[in-house]
Design a protein around this ligand. Structure first.
Ligand code: HGA
Length: 612
């Protein structure tokens, strides 16, 4: 998704803008740009834009010897108009420059109105309408800050913006509604960015803006107001994010680093149960006991990989806590008529906590009177975390690779804790079962490390099927969502078309696709469904399909012609999906390496999906 950096400081801020954009690259983008104000003599905007990588923009900045004390910069992930230099931000309207993350839903209406007034549009973006609208407002509202507020009042949709003006060269204006933006307070100036990682180079002191905030950054200070101009104070936080956490280190790709960080990420996330005590519902917030005790139903809302985490949790919550649970894709839920139930615990899951569809679905559920809400999220202080009554912040650390790995497994760890807490508060967890589940959770980092040792064998498999165009993933029970996640990972980063089915569904359709060109990947834990799964695998074999089976020790599936077996560790009970998904992550990663795709920044995808 688009990323924004804004800076005003007593130094050349061009390197700061460029480094900030590099740190936002992981969000996914197709072009980049920046604008600075040269303040010696008559203030003048200078803009550079490039399709492709930030490195290209940096080369242009170098070649032109660009230097300034105030500027805005942007990585663009196109929503309106193709990726091109013409559509790259900043967009300019006679002396004004604007960068924007989000979608302006009424841009067509705004554009026709502005065209009627004589404004010429040079791009296909919705963003350009903001620049011209602001220019138009400045004719009647001479103060830049007030004119920005008046402009925002006419926008329908989501935005985080940065604004510079030649006629008001000593300040930058930023604002947010629906897209992320935070301020950075540096030693020598003030900054703003879409996420903290972009600002760690200059400061750890950050101010999270709320939806509807507008802020002015000057050399000697900053102020924040609501959109109506009412001044507001926002707390200054010291970020604990480590600058190293976003460095690649010895790894070839962030995805590989993040796969291998999983034992540590799980250990950190589960640190609160490391002692010998039992499960404490307060891990989810002070009101958790009351809310969990009154929970008759759970509704999980999420998108993409987080949705798959929710699907696994459904099996856990229904079988252990005995509470009815449904899982729904957030972008569907938010637009359908459903039957609201105030007794339902609404659980939203998002890596970034800024996922636009999940946030909107949460707000929608609340508007229907469902106020028992819980967020599972990897980013403290994110929009979603601030909206819910209860929260659990996973401690995966920053996830840079677009394809989620450690965020997913730590979400599952959090959901396992939620299951146990719900079961305990509702009197459905015996002391022995609690002790057994906690022992498994505490051992989880070691168990995941064992799966990582299988990398060389998995790499061999990836070599074999990377040349295929399609793949089928099979699982049953709580491993069906793991098959879904395996197929999603393969699609995302290797561009091999993959589908996942509950193995029992094979004969109802997908078996028609099976031949020797269709590798079939099976998740085969040694659980109560194993015998059923074995029969499904026979159905594939009988039709000449090539089977790749991830089998728990003790599964007793023999290797034979066309049946490849990779031996996983022993069955890990309730938490088995967490082990099985790690092997599928490695499989996709290595298939993508063989295919030579851009593993960390797959085409067309973005990391924090901050637009609808
Ligand atoms: N709508 C703008 C910005 C897109 C965006 O925020 N993507 O994440 C454009 O298409 O340029």
């Amino acid at each position: 998704m688009c990323g924004i950096v804004t800076a005003i400081a007593r130094r050349n801020i061009v390197p700061v803008l460029l480094e900030g954009l590099r740190k936002l690259e992981y969000r996914g983008y197709d072009s980049a740009g920046l604008a600075v104000l040269k303040t010696e003599g008559t203030p003048q905007l200078q803009r550079l834009r490039a399709v492709g990588r930030v490195a290209e923009l940096a080369a242009q900045a170098d070649a032109t010897g660009l230097s300034a004390e105030i500027g805005i910069a942007h990585t663009r992930w196109a929503t309106h108009g193709v990726p091109s230099e013409r559509n790259a931000h900043p967009h300019i309207s006679a002396g004004l420059a604007v960068v924007h993350n989000g979608i302006i839903e009424n841009f067509e209406e705004l554009r026709s109105g502005l065209q009627a007034k004589g404004y010429k549009f040079t791009s296909e973006t919705d963003t350009e309408a903001i620049a011209h609208l602001l220019h138009d407002k400045l004719k009647s509202i001479p103060d830049l800050f007030d004119a920005v507020r008046a402009t925002l009042a006419e926008l329908v949709g989501a935005y985080a913006i940065g604004v510079l003006s030649e006629t008001d060269p000593n300040r930058a204006i930023v604002a947010r509604k629906g897209s992320p933006l935070l301020l950075g307070i540096g030693e020598d100036g003030y900054y703003a960015a879409s996420d903290t990682a972009a600002l760690l180079q200059v400061t750890r002191k950050v101010v999270y803006l709320e939806d509807g905030d507008v802020a002015e950054l000057r050399l000697d200070g900053y102020r924040v107001t609501l959109q109506d101009g009412t001044p507001v104070e926002r707390a200054v936080n010291i970020s604990s994010l480590s600058a190293d956490a976003v460095e690649l280190g010895k790894y070839r790709h962030y995805m590989q680093k993040e796969i291998f960080e999983q034992p540590q990420a799980l250990g950190n996330t589960l640190e609160m149960i490391a002692g010998g005590g039992g499960i404490s519902p307060q891990l989810f917030g002070a009101d958790a006991v009351g809310i969990f005790g009154a929970t008759r139903r759970v509704l999980i809302l999420a998108c993409g990989t987080s949705y798959h985490a929710g699907l696994v949790a459904r099996y856990w919550i229904e079988s252990v806590a005995k509470i009815s649970c449904t899982v729904e894709i957030a972008s569907e839920y938010r637009y359908r008529d459903s039957v609201p139930d105030p007794e339902t615990l609404v659980v939203v899951i998002s890596q970034s906590g800024e996922t636009a569809d999940t946030l909107a679905a949460l707000k929608f559920a609340k508007s229907l009177g469902m106020n028992k809400t819980l967020a599972i999220c990897n980013v403290p202080e994110s929009a979603i975390v601030r909206e819910t009554a209860l929260r659990f912040v996973t401690r995966a650390g920053p996830e840079i690779g677009v394809a989620s790995t450690k965020a997913f497994t730590t979400q599952l760890a959090a959901l396992a804790l939620l299951t146990l807490a719900l079961a305990k508060v509702n009197g459905r967890l015996s002391d022995e079962d609690e002790a057994m589940h906690l022992a498994h959770l505490r051992h989880l980092p070691v168990a995941v490390a064992k799966v990582l040792e299988l990398e060389p064998e998995i790499e061999g498999w990836a070599q074999r099927f990377a040349s295929k165009h399609h793949a089928l993933f099979l699982g049953r029970g709580m491993h069906y969502p793991i098959a879904l996640e395996g197929a999603l990972k393969l699609k995302e980063i290797s561009y091999i078309h993959a589908e996942a089915y509950p193995a029992g569904e094979l004969k109802h359709g997908p078996l028609a696709l099976v031949d020797k060109e269709m590798p079939v990947i099976a998740v085969a834990p040694a659980d109560s469904l194993l015998e059923k799964l074995k029969s499904n695998l026979q159905e594939v074999k009988a039709r000449g399909g090539e089977l790749y089976v991830f089998a728990d020790a003790g599964s007793e599936i023999p290797q034979s012609e066309g049946v490849h077996i990779l031996h996983m560790p022993e069955h890990y009970g309730l938490l088995s999906p967490i082990l099985h998904v790690v092997s599928l992550q490695l499989l996709s990663y290595h298939a993508a390496l063989v295919k030579g795709t851009d593993v960390d920044k797959p085409r067309n995808l973005a990391k924090s999906v901050t637009v609808e």
